[in-house]
Design a protein around this ligand. Structure first.
Ligand code: C2E
Ligand code: MG
Ligand code: MG
Ligand code: MG
Length: 286
């Protein structure tokens, strides 16, 4: 009896695995064509300047309009793109697209706007990363100072020469390096000194309960103080409530990003949302 069930469980597991692997292979095959078939879109999520109010920056967040599956979120395809190294051409496409968009916004309604783009550790393993970044800036006519490149703590533990050199080169170009999901990785504070970091993004897991949880509030306060002492800019992610926004402003946080201020949106949706008196700007002056 027990044996039989064990066997059934195994069969079940094997079928599940087969379905899972087939799906992943299929998805990877589809992803290979996504760029040329024009299925990828860059969404933009606003970041509010907590000192002056108003829009400080937008973060570029990738979306995939899959012909059968509909909208696929990065969590479901970025890992695949990294394993297959498709993230290299896709990441370049995101960077070029977002830089061109930022240049258009800066020439129009938002002359001061900055841009944050996520970089995968896999992109640091290509010797051409610096050339790609330089070329995206040149083609869009953007100043390197307006670009913020987000990496995770894991990258700073990667001691390969290629990574270290790329980080130094980006800094030398005047680009701001930002540590995404700060506080959730395995890096140590030593890395903040050793690397040319310019910004910390407090992970949204610390922001979520900061009004109820003393521990989370203490962590947010500590990261904000740390950033202050090291002369780094600090951005809070995942802000969903006005009370969190007020708390962060009081605590001296520089910027906020989260659903309260706006979800990641298409170009059209962002322009509609932020034009006139509605949306972010009215919140910022409240
Ligand atoms: P991330 O860089 O930490 O981006 C923030 C994520 O948090 C986004 O998820 C955003 O939609 C979500 N978020 C923002 N505000 C809130 C909030 O108030 N509440 C909640 N619950 N969530 C919020 P998204 O767009 O699904 O992206 C997930 C991750 O995928 C990103 O995390 C980033 O690591 C990665 N990613 C996205 N686009 C790219 C890309 O172009 N290149 C690379 N390498 N990674 C990307
Ligand atoms: Mg990010
Ligand atoms: Mg993040
Ligand atoms: Mg995150």
């Amino acid at each position: 009896q027990v044996k039989r069930r064990g066997r059934n469980d195994f069969e079940f597991f094997r079928n599940e695995m087969r379905v899972h692997v087939t799906t992943l292979l299929q998805l990877e095959r589809d992803l290979r064509h996504a760029v040329e078939r024009d299925e990828l879109e860059v969404f933009y999520q606003p970041q509010m300047d907590l000192r002056r109010g108003g829009l400080a920056a937008v973060e570029a967040l990738l979306r995939w309009h899959h012909p059968e599956r509909g909208l696929v979120l990065p969590g479901d395809f970025i890992p695949l793109a990294e394993e297959s190294r498709l993230i290299v051409p896709i990441g370049e496409w995101v960077l070029r697209t977002a830089c061109r968009q930022l240049a258009a916004w800066r020439a129009g309604q938002w002359p001061e706007l900055r841009l944050a783009v996520n970089l995968s550790p896999v992109q640091f393993q290509q010797a051409e990363l610096i050339e790609v970044v330089r070329s995206a800036l040149d083609d869009s006519g953007l100043d390197p100072e307006v670009l913020e490149l987000e990496v995770t703590e894991g990258l700073l533990m990667d001691n390969r020469d290629l990574t270290l050199q790329a980080l130094a080169d980006l800094k030398a170009m005047g680009i701001r390096l930002s540590i995404d999901d700060f506080g959730t990785g395995y890096s140590s504070l030593v890395y903040l000194k050793r690397f040319p970091v310019g910004q910390l993004k407090i992970d949204r897991s610390f922001v979520r309960d900061l009004l109820e949880d003393r521990g989370d509030a203490a962590i947010c306060e500590t990261i904000i103080a740390l950033a202050g002492h090291l002369d780094l800019e600090v951005v809070a992610e995942g802000v969903e409530q006005v009370e969190q926004l007020d708390w962060l402003r009081e605590a001296g946080c520089d910027r906020a990003q989260g659903y309260l201020l706006g979800r990641p949106m298409s170009v059209d949706a962002l322009e509609r949302r932020l034009s006139g008196d509605a949306g972010l700007l009215s919140l910022g002056s409240a």
